[in-house]
Design a protein around this ligand. Sequence first.
Ligand SMILES: Cc1cc2nc3c(=O)[nH]c(=O)nc-3n(C[C@H](O)[C@H](O)[C@H](O)COP(=O)(O)OP(=O)(O)OC[C@H]3O[C@@H](n4cnc5c(N)ncnc54)[C@H](O)[C@@H]3O)c2cc1C
Length: 325
Amino acid sequence: MFEDFAYTRPDTVAQAAQLLQEEAAHALAGGSDLLGCLRERIFPVKTVVSLSNLKDLRGIARTAEGGLALGARTTIAEVVESTEVQTLYPGLAQAAAEVASPQLRNQGTLGGNLCQKPRCWYYRGDFDCLRKGGASCLAVHGENQLHCILGGDACYMVHPSDTAPMLQALDATVWVAGPAGDRSLPLEQLFMPPGQDPTRETTLQPGELVTHIHLPPPEPGLHTRYRKVRARRSWDFALAGMALAAVTEDEVMRSCRIVLSGAAPIPWRVTHAETVLTGQRLTRALCRAAAEAAMQGAEPLAHNAYKIELFRNMIQEELERLIRS
Ligand SMILES: Cc1cc2nc3c(=O)[nH]c(=O)nc-3n(C[C@H](O)[C@H](O)[C@H](O)COP(=O)(O)OP(=O)(O)OC[C@H]3O[C@@H](n4cnc5c(N)ncnc54)[C@H](O)[C@@H]3O)c2cc1C
């Protein structure tokens, strides 16, 4: 059963920002995540601020620089189907296609996908976990098969989004509107590391909402790809995922960005692996070395050490595709 809450549908972003400043006010986009949280009473909600009247926040357009601007209310299905996304950043279309089920992709939005709440079973269940104000993360000594192996600090969830790692690999910028006006930030700065604050998933301030995501124009020779491994073939969150944005020339890696999903509480960029690859001719040995470097610093919990080899093999396999292609 839902607790009572107020429902508002502002006509402008400025009104939305004002309403979102109120205590326990939450933005409602597609509702595919928020309504479940409301039903399960995961966190207190006093006001639901629907974004459905904010028409400017929906759609995909070319930027003057030759990149793309994606509105936060653009559905995941629209991202999958966009010819421009498929042409300029096929890896993003792939990542969006890996999200949930067709029904959820029709309903869920890009902004909601980036700002969705954790899927950790302790957080979603009737447990007093750290993220909900409890004393500690219950996954540490509990059922932690699906939890993080990197970046665990206080909370050991994994970030649930498939689009976030790919957008981060593409060097996306997020535009945010709030009571103090608009601002932009690199996408990686949207996600709150649990060591800084385990009770928040994003760095958004009270009243702020995501309005757009901007992608820079693709460099010549850019190869983008998203690979997701899940426990079952129907819809499921990533056990391990990898977003790759690489520029190669005659099988020499000119530049690359690799961001993992299913690995850490935030989308996890593996700069050690990028350093191993950059400027080098791609060989099977180099791909393996990069895969090893990606797992540098991994600290598995009692039941998720299997993820390390899963990631190593997946990363190696994906990099080797660049040799064959
Ligand atoms: C069964 C199931 C399976 C799923 N599987 C996957 C999966 O495999 N991969 C994956 O990536 N996701 C998965 N998801 C998550 C799904 O993709 C998200 O629920 C969806 O993207 C959220 O979008 P929404 O528009 O419905 O968000 P909402 O439910 O409306 O909002 C989600 C959260 O984001 C906030 N929010 C929404 N829009 C904004 C904005 N513009 N600015 C600031 N905050 C905002 C809301 O306040 C809320 O806290 C799954 C969900 C379900 C229910």
